[in-house]
Design a protein around this ligand. Structure first.
Ligand code: OAD
Length: 233
């Protein structure tokens, strides 16, 4: 079986990273238009850097949870049976990789990478960023930014994502509210091509009615149970 999994902030919530649109979510406490757009970065880079420096420090203190580990196990187990798991995440954290997933498509970028807007180089980045930090590649200051996708920018790897989605037998969305496109449209795309769909979330998401199946509860419990069931049938 070939499974395409899309994860969102809910899969990392129990690792302490929080979500965006829940009661205490990031976009409930902070204005995304002032922190997650190219215009905000151009107008107030210090504020944008401070926001991502805080998130980077939180990420470095976080650990993967049972949901990340179950998906890493599923990738190996399906491959051993001649199938595949394509893991696409909207999350900018690296918890899937730290849990053991080999191939993760980060459609919204990666918090532990920086990109230089002057020379285009992308590099691993664990420290705080600021406008004073020179690019290690071109030595110019002021051009380094978090390697993340902001509102108004194109998500990454879209062609590869649609190819993998349409090659799947099953599309599963885990821990995402289904409110940000293009990821929110994957369920429609899958259904249009006769691919079964399943949602695993704490509660029904915005587009819950579009899914064929659903499982509700915390990801650390629902995902391992679902993985076990898929691998034993
Ligand atoms: P949201 O905050 O919009 O949605 C998180 C979903 O996870 C909600 O439906 C919650 O009910 C669910 N959830 C919360 N805790 C959970 C748990 N323990 N187990 C399972 N589910 C849980 O986050 P995303 O859908 O990931 O983009 O947001 C999508 C994009 O919006 C993000 O990638 C980010 C944001 O703006 C950018 O910054 C470009």
């Amino acid at each position: 079986m070939n499974i395409f999994v899309l994860t969102g902030a809910g899969v990392s919530a129990e690792s302490g990273l929080g979500t965006f649109r829940d009661k205490d979510g990031l976009w409930t406490r902070f204005d995304p238009m002032k922190l997650a757009t190219p215009e905000a970065f151009a107008q107030n880079p210090d504020e944008v850097h401070a926001f991502y420096n805080m998130r980077r420090q939180n990420l470095l203190a976080a650990e993967p949870n049972a949901a990340h580990r179950a998906l890493a196990h599923m990738e190996t187990a399906l491959a051993e049976r001649g199938g595949s798991l394509f893991l696409c995440t909207q999350n900018i954290d690296d918890l899937h990789e730290r849990a053991g997933s080999q191939r993760v498509a980060h459609m919204h970028g990666e918090l532990l990478k920086a990109r230089c807007t002057a020379c285009g180089e992308t590099m691993p980045w664990l420290k705080d960023l600021s406008v004073e930090v020179p690019c290690p590649s071109c030595r110019r200051s002021g051009g380094l930014r978090p390697h993340v996708v902001w509102f108004g920018e194109m998500p990454l790897e879209m062609d590869a994502l649609y190819d993998a989605l349409l090659a799947a037998d099953l599309f599963v969305a885990i821990g995402t509210s289904g409110s940000v496109y293009p990821a929110a449209g994957f369920v429609t795309e899958a259904q249009g091509h006769g691919i079964r769909t399943c949602e695993i979330n704490l509660d029904p998401s915005d587009n819950a009615r579009q899914f064929d199946d659903a499982r509700y509860g915390p990801a650390s419990a629902t995902v391992p149970t679902w993985v076990e069931q898929v691998l034993t049938t």
